[in-house]
Ligand binder design. Structure first.
Ligand SMILES: NC(=O)c1ccc[n+]([C@@H]2O[C@H](COP(=O)([O-])OP(=O)(O)OC[C@H]3O[C@@H](n4cnc5c(N)ncnc54)[C@H](O)[C@@H]3O)[C@@H](O)[C@H]2O)c1
Length: 459
């Protein structure tokens, strides 16, 4: 089948190459001409493991086509809308791009066409789409279905191939058959699926992300409580997670929460529940917890360095800018907030990231970014590890120690090779964990259960 897709961003490209692998022909359109030119030369605008290779395969086979023509090809019965939903004056998840695109499709596309909105909608998004449909004034309008994306950046291709669920929403009862037809497109993936009304589906999408954000925020706050009491957060989480009602997934502390989904949706749900006059103190607390945690991480480093004012004039090497490893995405990355908070405290911050330098510079042109981790460490007086890149776990601390005055590493991810760093004469402090080398009481040598999910992970 020929599928049309609008919006050649992270979600659009993953969806496009996924459907090509399922045997469909996919035409992807975007109004960004430079992006389309790059894509036609096999260069994706974002880093996602496997994406460049899948693009090359799709382009070579001729089953994946990129264009700036925004009208669906006549033989394509479905248009997937994957355009951005940016933050505007009213907060995150503006539907302006979605409404423009859907309005145009409602005017131009034939009766049997199915418009599939994959962009994330705010809670009032379905109502807005219903208003666009009413304004189009077509009794024989194309169908409108929502189909939110639940992928994790860094594992997005895998998540398309093996989704934990496929959910579609019908805008009005007349769209129900189309909602089922969209489910049928994913049938070869064998995932659990469900169809519901689009208002419920909007709440499923936001609710899933806010719940995940709540779990990470819980782990982050508990890690700071552990710091204050001398407990070990790894043991604490392992003990809590043994309760099957709770589990371990996404209970891992880190420097904060980032990515294009979780933080913005935590803000969106707070604003939207307030607008709906729904008292929801728990739902509205997540975004505040995220901001407090970013502040407290800097305060902890300051304490480790000697107390208030101790960051002033100090050269701090910050390892990591992406919101998590295996992505170059810095959207809402806690790393950017931490660098800003460190600088606000007077520190001279030099950062590094193996993938995210370009996007970090676009987000904050004043950031100083070293081209290698070693270059960032040279002359550093303290180090904060923020993104869990594998290369930071393999740093040659003996070589680094010879080149820098720093004696303190503050590891917010628990990936530093503590023994190697200690042998090099460095002190390692880890978020929520007792001093390096201190053993965890009561584990009986059984080892720690693996903790699934990652702080800063997106969904
Ligand atoms: N990135 C994620 O991990 C993720 C996960 C799930 C859901 N989402 C949601 O999916 C949507 C897209 O996210 P993304 O990360 O792919 O965004 P993105 O910013 O990477 O890409 C969006 C693309 O849409 C294009 N676009 C905007 N308006 C357009 C228009 N009128 N016509 C054609 N193209 C247009 C932009 O040029 C851009 O290329 C958002 O609603 C986002 O919240 C994102």
């Amino acid at each position: 089948m020929h599928l049309f897709l609008l919006g050649a961003g992270h979600v659009g490209l993953v969806t496009a190459v996924g459907f090509v692998r399922l045997g469909h022909r996919v035409t992807v359109a975007d109004l960004d001409e430079a992006r389309i030119t790059d894509l036609n030369q096999g260069r994706p605008p974002v880093f996602e493991p496997g994406l460049t290779e899948s693009l090359a395969d799709g382009l070579a086979s001729g089953w994946l086509v990129f264009t700036t023509r925004l009208n669906p090809p006549p033989d394509a019965p479905f248009t997937f809308v994957c355009v951005s939903t940016p933050t505007d004056a009213d907060g995150p998840l503006s539907t302006v791009n979605v409404e423009i695109v859907v309005g145009r499709l409602l005017a131009d596309a034939g009766t049997g066409h199915v418009i599939v909105v994959r962009s994330t909608l705010p809670l009032d998004g379905p109502g807005r789409l219903a208003a666009v449909a009413a304004a189009a004034g077509r009794a024989d309008r194309p169908s409108i279905v929502t189909n939110p994306e639940f992928m994790r950046e860094g594992q997005a291709l895998e998540d398309f191939d093996r989704p934990n669920r496929v959910v579609t929403g019908w805008l009005e009862p007349r769209d129900q058959a189309a909602a089922q037809a969209v489910i049928d497109l994913y049938a070869p993936l064998g995932a659990p699926s469900m169809v519901a009304d689009a208002r419920s589906v909007a709440l499923i999408k936001l609710g899933s992300n806010v719940f995940l954000g709540t779990k990470i925020s819980f782990a982050n706050e508990m890690a700071r409580v552990a710091d204050a009491t001398g407990a070990d957060i790894e043991a604490v989480i392992a003990g809590i997670g043994l309760d099957p009602r709770i589990g371990l997934a996404f209970l891992k502390p880190g420097p904060g929460i980032g990515g294009s989904c979780l933080p913005e949706q935590a803000i969106a749900i707070a604003l939207q529940t307030a607008a709906l006059d729904v008292e929801a103190p728990l739902l509205s607390a997540v975004h505040r917890s995220i901001a407090v945690h970013e502040h407290e991480i800097v305060r902890r480093l300051e304490t480790l360095l000697g107390g208030p004012g101790s960051l002033a004039g100090r050269r701090i090497a910050q390892l990591g800018l992406a919101f998590k490893a295996d992505t170059d995405d810095v959207r809402e990355s806690p790393a950017l907030a931490l660098a800003a908070n460190l600088r606000a405290a007077g520190a001279d911050v030099i950062t590094h990231d193996p993938r995210a330098e370009r996007r970090a510079h676009l987000a904050d042109p004043t950031l100083v970014v070293a081209s290698t981790a070693m270059e960032a460490l040279r002359d550093a007086e303290a180090i904060i590890v923020v993104t869990e890149w594998a290369e930071y776990g393999a740093i040659d601390w003996a070589a680094a120690a010879a080149a820098m005055p720093a004696t303190l590493i503050y590891d917010t991810r628990g990936i530093v090779d503590v023994e190697a760093a200690r042998r090099a004469g460095l002190r390692v402090e880890r978020l929520g964990r007792p001093g390096a080398g201190q053993s965890v009481a009561g584990l009986g040598g059984a080892g720690m259960p693996a903790v699934a999910g990652a702080a800063g992970s997106d969904a």
